[in-house]
Design a protein around this ligand. Structure first.
Ligand SMILES: Cc1cc2nc3c(=O)[nH]c(=O)nc-3n(C[C@H](O)[C@H](O)[C@H](O)COP(=O)(O)O)c2cc1C
Length: 177
């Protein structure tokens, strides 16, 4: 079954997805890229404040700027830089905790899973130098980069890493009370 198989349900999709660390150079079709970005737009955010900001890095220069910030592009033809705006995110009155990282993470999950549904691979990358991203992409002071998401068609030699199959049993993370 291919990831783009229209009969694939969510359970099958989430089982099939894995972190892709080897890409073809083929560009992503504009309508597919748009569908991926649309899934990010529809993601829930705290109080629906929608503080996300996504930069699509795909020009030669932008990809060079990504490579200066992380070794984890893995040859992807595009990288989504998922950020949030500190001035827009929700703040919890009890303790001042802010929602930005959570909001941006949910957006990133939507982008990743929509990409998978279209047969496009991705890998969530946190191993990047935020200062380099901020400087290279001239981000405003309120904009915080949370995740880099290299996306593209998996190379023919792409395969899940050994870690992909390692998931703890439900009992280790879930409590019924
Ligand atoms: C918050 C977060 C940060 C991650 N950062 C990186 C990273 O910087 N580089 C990388 O190669 N993979 C990164 N990953 C991918 C994980 O290593 C991967 O999801 C995990 O090992 C499970 O493998 P799977 O995605 O193939 O199922 C990250 C994943 C998450 C959720």
């Amino acid at each position: 079954m291919t990831a783009a198989d229209k009969n694939m349900n969510f359970s099958q999709l989430s089982q099939k997805r894995y972190s892709v660390r080897s890409y073809k150079n083929d560009p992503i079709e504009p309508e597919k890229l748009n569908e991926i970005l649309e899934a990010g737009r529809l993601a829930p955010t705290a109080c629906n404040n929608q503080p996300q900001k996504i930069i699509v890095a795909r020009s030669e220069e932008a990809l060079r700027w990504i490579d200066e910030a992380t070794p984890c592009r893995f040859g992807a033809p595009a990288v989504l830089i998922v950020c949030y705006d500190k001035a827009k995110c929700w703040s919890r009155s009890f303790d001042g905790e802010k929602s930005g990282e959570v909001d941006a993470s949910i957006v990133t999950s939507h982008l990743m899973l929509q990409a998978e549904d279209l047969g496009i691979g991705s890998v969530w990358v946190m191993y990047f130098d935020p200062k380099a991203i901020i400087k290279n992409f001239s981000l405003d002071e309120n904009i915080v980069p949370v995740a880099l998401l290299p996306i593209g068609y998996p190379a023919s030699d792409s395969a899940p890493s050994d870690r992909h199959g390692l998931r703890n049993p439900l009992e280790s993370s879930v409590a019924f009370i």
